[in-house]
Design a protein around this ligand. Sequence first.
Ligand SMILES: CC(=O)c1csc(NC(=O)C2C[NH2+]C2)n1
Length: 130
Amino acid sequence: KRKEDYKLRELRIFLRDICRKLASNRRFYKFTKPVDLEEVTDYLDIIKQPMDLETMMTKVDMHKYNCAKEFLDDIDLICANALEYNPDRTSSDKQIRHEACSLRDHAHALIEVEMDSDFEIECQDIAKRR
Ligand SMILES: CC(=O)c1csc(NC(=O)C2C[NH2+]C2)n1
């Protein structure tokens, strides 16, 4: 095991905790699982790269994230997808857009508060080398 592998293990432990906290917040319920393509039949016509919190937890376990920025890029993707798929002036579209923006802001704020900035810089250097 190299020194940087221990850093990436610490990153995975941290990101699992962030993912758990977001997925347990009822406000973000719609983003916890992949959109059901049998219910929402036109989803893939509009959204080319679906993302959700359960998929992100699996990606943590599969060592797909080498720094918190890569994790936040997928959070931003969840949000952008929801804004794109729900653009209308209806209250249901407005509500899901609000929930999506809240997920994005909560995730960024949680990581900002809980993550040592030097640790993220070290992880981003590892990410660059891989
Ligand atoms: C995850 C996501 O963006 C999502 C799941 S259902 C949905 N939208 C609707 O069901 C209708 C409300 N206007 C269309 N958006």
